[in-house]
Design a protein around this ligand. Sequence first.
Ligand code: ADP
Ligand code: MG
Length: 447
Amino acid sequence: MINSATSLHPWTSCLSSLKEKLSEDVYNQWITPLKVFDLSEFQVSLAVPQNIDMEQLGKMYLGLIEHCFQEANGREVRIQLRRMPNTLASTPGYAHPFTGMPVIDLNPNYTFEEFVVGSNSQFAYSAAQAVAKDPGGTKFNPLLIYGGVGLGKTHLLQAIGNYVMSENSRKKVRYVTSEAFYREFVESIQHNRINELSNYYRNEVDLLLMDDVQFMSGKDRTQEEFFHIFNSLHQSRKQIVLTSDAPPGELKGLEDRLVSRFQWGLFVDIQPPDRETREAILRRKAIALNLDISDDIIGFLAEAIDSNIRVIEGAIRQLLLQASIKHSDITMELAKEIVNRTGINRPSKKVTPEDITTVVANYFVVEVDKIIEQGRGTKEVAQARQLAMFLMKELTSASLKTIGQRFGGRDHSTVVHAIKTIEKAMERDDSFKKSVDAIMSKLAARG
Ligand code: ADP
Ligand code: MG
């Protein structure tokens, strides 16, 4: 299902884009061996064979892979690297006991040590540690960690798993997203193997880590199966840890009896990090990547990026990538450019599509209506339209589809093309890039 051979697979498109940018040797050495084993709207998980230095790969190419994925598919995803057991590489038969799904390894970097604790996460962190030290033995069963996107839920969840495995390698730890569980369940129905699925979870798992339970909402039969598995594990005093995007009481589309089980143990939240914690996280990530960043720049980034930790990480990786492409040190200028260009701290949301078309029309000295109309128009009009589409993507939260609709009902591939064209032009032509930056500042000043 995932490695479908159609040329439209997002990963395949990403690969062609990478191929264009990398030398053949580099491509063959670093990119070819990677395999996709999970793909969702926001995330692509890549399995990395043992013989590849994962840290090096992450440092040098992760930013580029993310960039190419976005370029090729017009949407931003986060790329996760996971160690692939040798067995997976060599034996095609390596698969989940009953569904043919590869078992997802824990990310070895998601440890308690690597987690920067702030007042936003103190309680969740302590609870996770308590559970890791005595799985099934505390009152926190289940432990449910909830909070917004990119705040460290998966990290903490897997830290529990990594800790338990390092303490006792015989413990059978199973990490699964509820989405993957759902797919396993559907496949097990198709192949008449529900009993196997059920037995596997009841008998072969000592610690169940289930990520993003909200995904099960509305999927009644999956919930029912999970309900029974939950009860059985709980009865045998096996530890269960869950994460979700909302507290149990606000989980919509989940059965009451399941929600009430979630409330048996302890539920704790993770909040967005405050300024000091953001700074501490930035420092930690910079050290991990061996990056030499001045205090000024750390301070600037901590102030500028007040969203989630995934975005903070993304900024650091962009810095590394840009500095290595440009063979420059990490300067304040570069940091500012990244904050502006990647739209991390978009003046955004407040900038309206009308602002954009007006400013762009003025710049190209064309009429606003011409940009929005259906026909192509003059060269200037076509260029203005492409730029307006690009800016809408950068500065507003509109989807590609919505953007297309705003411009005379053009379809989403036209928008993707426009964005790519502008990006390429900006790379090629420094003065054009400066103009775009100027237009963006102008818009930011309005917002
Ligand atoms: P969530 O599951 O809540 O969406 P993740 O656990 O995937 O978020 O975290 C996003 C990224 O940020 C991960 O790479 C994770 O390692 C990192 N991260 C999150 N919280 C912290 C933290 N407190 N300290 C260090 N890294 C963190
Ligand atoms: Mg997560």
